[in-house]
Design a protein around this ligand. Structure first.
Ligand code: BTN
Length: 129
């Protein structure tokens, strides 16, 4: 299959949008994330993300991980892991699993502080909002 590039603007199945801007030669990358949903139900703000992509050969579909710092509006942290796939028509999909850690006030509440879920991202077309 075709090579998969993480650079660009992606939208997921929850209508969140992220832009991965800088992918370095060593696989480190940075970007921005705008989530459409929040734990508190309030408004989100654009949040920085940082990650690392595994370095495979030219034809590889890389695995990657990134974290998002929501600290402009929340004390939670999310870590995503995933892999990029390209179908026969050239459509790229990022299949990810995430852990969302919420800050709790005591060790007794630790058991309920971590959520797990999945998100699928596809490339956002430039004509979309
Ligand atoms: C918070 O509400 O405290 C932080 C925002 C969490 C958004 C989560 S991260 C996993 C899932 N995928 C998204 O695009 N948004 C939610």
């Amino acid at each position: 299959g075709r090579k998969c590039q993480l650079n660009g603007v992606w939208r997921n199945d929850q209508d969140s949008v992220m832009e991965i801007s800088m992918v370095r030669d060593n696989g480190d990358f940075q970007g921005q994330y705008l989530t459409r949903v929040t734990l508190a139900g309030g408004c989100a703000q654009i949040s920085p993300l940082r990650g690392a992509q595994q370095q495979l050969g030219e034809e590889g579909w890389p695995t990657f991980a990134f974290t998002v710092r929501w600290d402009k509006f929340s004390n939670a942290t999310t870590a995503f892991v995933g892999q990029c796939f390209v179908d026969a028509g050239g459509k790229e999909t990022l299949s990810t699993t995430w852990l969302l850690r919420e800050a709790v006030g005591s060790l007794e509440e630790d058991w309920k502080a971590t959520r797990v879920g999945r998100n699928v991202f596809t490339r956002k077309r430039t004509s979309e909002r």
